[in-house]
Design a binder for this molecule. Structure first.
Ligand code: GN1
Ligand code: MG
Length: 363
């Protein structure tokens, strides 16, 4: 099996335009959707080869087009940096030997490849304030640098991705098809979802009324989608698959969801799941340093609600997938999605106790 996989990855790697020699591969298993491999070559640089899940992403060519266009834009904006420094801050995608930005294999799978950024680290959970602060700067700067990118040029790779009404309608459909066993296991959380329904639609309403503007957003700003150097300084925002028009609260909130959780998103021991307000404050500081000049009073006022809303949207999505029998996210065991949902609800509970302290003027 291992040998077959290695041969396959070697073949795929060699479809791309480079002069490197494949040595070995390692799976990078932190994502829930795509399959990602680090390809080690005899000489550096190494590469990251990725299969984009086309069941989840219906328009893979559109997705790759978005990623490449965003990288190009970032490179132009950071054109004052040396080539060497730039390569550590912006993803560099490699075309195939035929000049295409992705390779489609005989089974219909789509592959894309980028240069691996050397001496970089990622965090699943945060252990010090500096990483929270640097994460804030990194994601804030991503929004700042893409603020003049025409959002209408982006393909909507997953329409309604962070649309609350859409996620509620998926949840309600799942309730109809779920097994009695799963409904029973999820019972308490189904009640919680319904109790929060109104509050969790506030941001969507402000977006729809035009009170909060649409901008280019990353939409998956969990902290493991940020690269850091060995001194905890932010390097590069990765996983730009879901770059689409959105509101600032999506990116602010999803980062807080992961940075301020004292445990990983699937930690089962809920007493370990707490909201770290110090990391919140550090993140806000870094984030606003980069993007405050571009934000309206309404946007700033609603940042804390953005955090609560993004934790909730992941909770409802994990719960929905559990009720559906685990058809969307990769899972390692039968109750994995339920554990993820429980974890996010515990985080909401802990955040709610500190909600007043989270107001930007109180910091
Ligand atoms: C998925 O696979 P990954 O880690 O890039 C999901 C995100 C969730 C995240 C939860 C396309 O992202 O929305 O926040 O899991 N991506 C998609 O960890 O659904
Ligand atoms: Mg992602």
């Amino acid at each position: 099996m291992g040998i077959i996989k290695e041969e396959k990855l070697k073949f795929l790697f060699n479809q791309f335009n480079h002069t490197s020699e494949f040595k070995l591969f390692e799976e990078l298993a932190s994502g829930h959707i795509n399959d990602t491999y680090l390809i080690k070559t005899h000489e550096k640089p190494y590469f990251v080869l990725q299969r984009i899940n086309h069941k989840v992403f219906k328009n893979v060519p559109g997705l790759i087009h978005n990623k490449v266009a965003i990288s190009r834009h970032l490179k132009e904006k950071l054109g004052h940096l040396s080539e060497q420094v730039l390569r550590r801050h912006v993803l560099d995608f490699i075309n195939t030997k035929n000049g295409a930005p992705y390779y489609k294999d005989k089974d219909g799978n789509y592959w894309n490849m980028m240069v691996y950024i050397e001496d970089s680290v990622t965090f699943e959970t945060v252990n010090n304030e500096e990483v929270a602060y640097e994460g804030g700067k990194l994601f804030g700067n991503f929004l700042f640098l893409t603020s003049d990118f025409l959002a209408s040029k982006l393909t909507d790779v997953i329409p309604k991705f962070h649309d609350m009404s859409f996620r509620f309608s998926q949840f309600e459909e799942a309730l109809k098809v779920a097994s009695v066993e799963r409904l029973n296991l999820a019972n308490t959380y189904i009640t919680e979802v319904n109790e929060l329904k109104e509050e969790m639609h506030i941001l969507q309403k402000l977006k729809e009324s035009g009170a909060i503007k649409l901008r280019v957003t990353h939409n998956d700003t969990k902290i493991s989608n940020a690269l850091f150097d060995k001194d905890n300084k932010g390097l590069c925002v990765i996983d730009t698959d879901t770059v689409m028009p959105g509101i600032v609260h999506y990116d602010f909130g999803d980062a807080i969801r992961t940075i301020c959780n004292t445990a990983p998103e699937d930690e089962k021991k809920l007493e370990l799941v707490n909201f770290n307000i110090c990391y919140y404050k550090a993140y806000v500081k870094g984030f606003l340093e980069k993007i405050e000049s571009d934000l309206s009073a309404v946007e700033i006022e609603h940042l804390p609600l953005g955090a609560k809303t993004m934790i909730f949207i992941m909770a409802i999505r994990f719960l929905t997938d559990f009720l559906n029998g685990d058809i969307y996210y990769k899972t390692a065991y039968p109750e994995h999605n339920l554990d993820r949902a429980k974890n996010q609800f515990k985080l909401i509970e802990s955040l709610s106790e500190k909600f007043k302290e989270m107001g930007i003027n109180n910091l």
